[in-house]
Design a protein around this ligand. Structure first.
Ligand SMILES: Nc1nc2c(c(=O)[nH]1)N[C@H]1C(S)=C(S)[C@@H](COP(=O)(O)OP(=O)(O)OC[C@H]3O[C@@H](n4cnc5c(=O)[nH]c(N)nc54)[C@H](O)[C@@H]3O)O[C@H]1N2
Ligand SMILES: Nc1nc2c(c(=O)[nH]1)N[C@H]1C(S)=C(S)[C@@H](COP(=O)(O)OP(=O)(O)OC[C@H]3O[C@@H](n4cnc5c(=O)[nH]c(N)nc54)[C@H](O)[C@@H]3O)O[C@H]1N2
Ligand code: SF4
Ligand SMILES: [Mo]
Length: 756
């Protein structure tokens, strides 16, 4: 079944119910959508779904409200000279945008065009391949993704550590699991599978899983922890180095695995010898015992037999918190080192948990692939001496590249389901940069904070109006260790409804296709490349027919040309299915292979040495030594908002569309504040307003706030309605990672005073 024209599942007139995939967030929950009069009216979890077991969250259940939102754009918009917007047909918008970009490229070269794919480039499988294919056709490599301001340390550390081609252990089979600064029960991200994480966690606890959580906030997931460490923010590297110290000192590592497959052991051992639990505990505001306990729980008794498939299983993963705090690469690197010294990689003869469904067939091998450089790849920025890294170009510095006054600056920005003014570090600079562009095009469902600056806003179809597949949740395993589906699950959904009557909305891939057509080049879709998952067969490049526009269904067929389970088979099982028909076991490594997992990377060891040389004091709230900025602002996610989305949906935001500034009740008392009071939060860079709320689950001295709220400064006095933008507090130029450019986005030193 590959219909040439996408036909929605529902007939417009009669009420009906349809299995589908929720794409409000990246978790791809299996849902049932009730349709009446051609519109979605109700969403519930699909009990028949074999991986999600009926799970949904309030965001998914509000898809009908999202689709029918009064602010939803039903037509693309063009900015007029007086700053107002008028509707423009999507065809005319593509004509004008194609022509304008053609002129700018002719004058300034293709490098003047940048693409920024963000959050909503994820739900639709063809969006990013089409966006990147268009950029490559144009001849520009200036693709900046939100990954570089998210968890860039993962990409860098995977590169410099190397991959294990047999893959990592899966959550569902593990004895021990460690989460450092992520909260998968709310974020659906990081370590616990995205398919009903709370059920999976409860089942795992029943099995006897030991959970270790390190987070300054006792999060929803931390409440399930057997061992919970509540450190100061930004101290993860010393804590993890001290855990390695304990594991090596007490010989709780897998000596046989290290001997055969790991290099740099002696170098790492030498430096972590200085990271005593007492030292790390003092820095992080913990006790030595807590760190020792965590280390022993993670490493267990160190059973080593290389062929013993019953040896302790587990994995240590981090989330956005530590990646946004200083030295995120090092945190992620030390986690890989912990996994490697404990031998937490799949051995010869073991079956892989997910041999692939929408992904190509796994071809796992018990062998390391060699480390590669983590940064310094390809072209550097012109504005600042920042290279491309394994996480891509440094999005944290894209504002500087747009504001650059020398030749070759970026003049055109295409935002693909993204919102720079809400999301980029240093919001005021981001605003200046956006205003400095010759052309800004956004593909956005509403006039977001960024779209209000755009020359053109291209109105997209929303998720229930387009076919979809559960690829993003499966493919994440290829990028991040310990992520993805623990079983060969896949789901396909056709479009459930047509777009609203009278609207003119297009899919994101169609926009790039339309531009390529007008600019006279072929659009080729490039498949994803594995970074850290199990080794897989390769997918083919997809070349699209440029004469007659293909249907989305046939684009999906092309993109999934090497799926282990053919898409036509997946199309038949509308409630999703686990394709456990085939067992694939890890093959033997090449006995002559000299490749090793590298745990002694000199740059990472140098960062560890820097930490030892750094002065520190055990900071307390109100501590005179930290008088200027006695608090640390950390990032967090709220259940009912998804970055900048959701906060304007009445069913989701309850009475408040803002992001509270959460503080420990004792800190509130110390500051003389009560719930709902307004405060001024000041970093070395800027100030924002916040509405305080008591949160006993926080460590003292911490203020925890969600990002992507608020708007431009002229709306600051609406803080109680729209919240405030924590990105404004971030200085992207004086405190940033030299390899990925990510600035300090968590553990930001701030002061808090009552607002006058
Ligand atoms: N201070 C601070 N900053 C942060 C973070 C933090 O923790 N703290 N987190 C960072 C992280 S992890 C990320 S990923 C980035 C996110 O960065 P961005 O992706 O740039 O920000 P979003 O707000 O998610 O932007 C998504 C946009 O897509 C639009 N949209 C919604 N539905 C659709 C659709 O169906 N199609 C299309 N085309 N558009 C749609 C929304 O209206 C919104 O404007 O922010 C980063 N910024
Ligand atoms: N509901 C909802 N779900 C989302 C999103 C959303 O906005 N809302 N955003 C999506 C996106 S873009 C992403 S990238 C993922 C992110 O998914 P996660 O990484 O799980 O994000 P958070 O839930 O913010 O968890 C980060 C945790 O880090 C902690 N933290 C902060 N600083 C530090 C530190 O220095 N050290 C340690 N150890 N911990 C620290 C915070 O207290 C917080 O609990 O979530 C995705 N899912
Ligand atoms: S977790 Fe994400 S995919 Fe699942 S229902 Fe909620 S918004 Fe939808
Ligand atoms: Mo993210």
């Amino acid at each position: 079944m590959s219909p040439e024209t996408p036909s929605p599942d529902a007939s417009p007139a009669s009420p009906s119910r349809h299995p589908s995939i929720c794409r409000f967030c990246h978790a791809n929950c299996g849902i049932l959508v009730d349709v009446d009069q051609g519109r979605p009216v109700r969403v519930i979890g699909d009990e028949e779904n074999p991986a999600y077991f009926g799970f949904t969250c309030a965001k998914g259940r509000s898809l009908p409200e999202q689709h029918a939102h009064a602010d939803r754009l039903l037509h693309s918009q063009k900015r007029q000279p007086d700053g107002h917007y008028t509707a423009i047909s999507s065809e005319a918008a593509m004509d004008e945008i194609g022509q304008r970009i053609g002129q700018i490229v002719a004058e300034h070269g293709p490098r003047s065009v940048a693409l920024y794919p963000g959050t909503y480039s994820g739900p639709h499988a063809p969006s990013i391949p089409a966006g990147i294919g268009w950029m490559l056709g144009l001849g520009s490599k200036m693709v900046f993704t939100s990954s570089a301001i998210d968890q860039p340390g993962k990409h860098v550390s995977n590169s410099i550590h190397g991959r294990w081609l047999g893959g990592s252990h899966a959550f569902d089979e593990s004895d021990v699991w460690m989460l450092v600064g992520n909260n998968p029960l709310i974020s659906m991200s990081g370590g616990i599978p995205p398919s009903n994480p709370s059920k999976r966690l409860r089942d795992a606890k029943k099995r006897g899983l030991k959970l270790i959580v390190i987070d300054p906030r006792k999060t929803e997931v931390a409440r399930f922890a057997d061992i919970y460490l509540q450190p100061r923010a930004g101290e993860d590297p010393p804590i993890l180095a001290a855990m390695l110290h304990v594991i090596l000192r007490e010989e709780r590592y897998d000596a046989e695995f290290c001997e055969a497959h790991v290099s740099g052991f002696a170098e790492l051992a030498e430096i972590v010898a200085d990271f005593t639990p007492a030292y790390a505990a003092e820095r992080a505001g913990l006790t030595s015992e807590e760190i020792e306990l965590a280390a022993r729980a993670f490493a267990g008794d160190g059973r080593t037999a290389q062929t013993d498939v019953t040896a302790l299983r587990g994995c240590a993963v981090a989330g956005t918190g530590p990646n946004m705090a200083p030295r995120g690469n090092l945190t992620e690197y030390l986690l890989l080192a912990l996994n490697s010294v404990c031998g937490r990689w799949r051995r010869e003869g073991e079956p892989v948990p997910n041999p692939g469904a929408l992904l190509p067939r796994a071809t796992p091998l018990a062998q390391a692939s060699p480390p590669r450089p983590g940064w310094g790849r390809g072209e550097s920025l012109r504005s600042r001496d920042l290279p491309n890294s394994a996480a891509g170009l440094p999005t944290g510095a894209l504002s500087d590249e747009i504001l650059y006054e020398g030749g070759g600056r970026i003049r055109v920005l295409v935002c693909l389901g993204s919102n720079p003014i809400a999301a980029w570090p240093d919001q005021l600079k981001a605003i200046r940069a956006i205003e400095n562009l010759d052309l800004l095009v956004t593909l956005d469902m509403k006039m977001s904070a960024t779209s209000k600056f755009a020359d053109y806003v291209v109105a997209p179809k929303l998720s229930l109006e387009v076919p979809g597949v559960s690829l993003s949740s499966e493919a994440i395993e290829q990028t991040y260790v310990g992520h993805g589906y623990p079983e060969p699950y896949a789901q396909y959904t056709p479009a459930i409804v047509d777009p609203p009557e009278g609207s003119d909305v297009i899919e994101e891939w169609e926009f790039f296709y339309g531009l390529a057509q007008r600019m006279g080049f072929e659009l080729k879709l490039y498949p994803i490349r594995p970074e850290s998952g199990v080794l897989r067969e390769r997918r083919e490049l997809v070349e699209l027919d440029m004469q007659e526009r293909p249907s989305t269904e046939s684009v999906l067929d092309g993109l999934l040309n090497a799926s282990r389970i053919p898409l036509d088979e997946i199309r038949k099982h509308r409630h999703g299915k686990i394709y456990d028909d085939e067992e694939i076991r890890v093959g033997p490594g090449d006995p002559d292979c000299a490749d090793r997992l590298e745990i002694g990377n000199p740059d990472m060891l140098a960062e560890l040495r820097e930490i030892l040389a750094e002065p520190f004091h055990a900071q307390q709230p109100g501590d005179p030594a930290a008088a200027a900025f006695p608090f640390q602002l950390i990032s967090r996610r709220l259940p009912n908002a998804y970055n900048s989305s959701g906060r304007d949906i009445a069913k989701l935001n309850g009475r408040r569309g803002y992001n509270p500034a959460f503080l420990h009740p004792d800190d509130l008392a110390m500051l003389g504040l009560r719930h709902g009071d307004l405060v001024e939060i000041t970093s070395s860079h800027a100030s924002i307003l916040g509405v305080v709320e008591a949160a006993p689950e926080l460590r003292r001295g911490i203020v925890s706030m969600a990002h992507c709220f608020g708007d431009v400064p002229k709306r600051d006095d609406e803080v109680r309605e729209i919240g405030s933008n924590t990105g404004r507090l971030i200085d992207n130029e004086s405190d940033f990672d030299p390899h990925t450019g990510i600035p300090r986005m968590s553990a930001i030193p701030v002061s808090i005073v009552p607002a006058r």
